[in-house]
Design a protein around this ligand. Sequence first.
Ligand code: FES
Length: 78
Amino acid sequence: MIVCVCKAVNERAIHRAVAAGHDTLEDLQFELGLGTCCGKCVPMAREVLSEARLETFGAQQHAVPLRFVPRPTRVALA
Ligand code: FES
């Protein structure tokens, strides 16, 4: 299932990223770009991230609080 329409990120990509050690929303935003455009996918991304953390790490580490951190925008040089 597609989680982030803007960046075409699906659940499988999130699970793979978490298994590769990118286990925070900020990491996923950096690695996959999800949630960095309109941000509407962030709640769903949190749910999928929680599932992936539970699947990868077990019950102890999946409930770490997550927060949205927007990427800095590029500044046009005048
Ligand atoms: S749907 Fe993910 S940033 Fe727009």
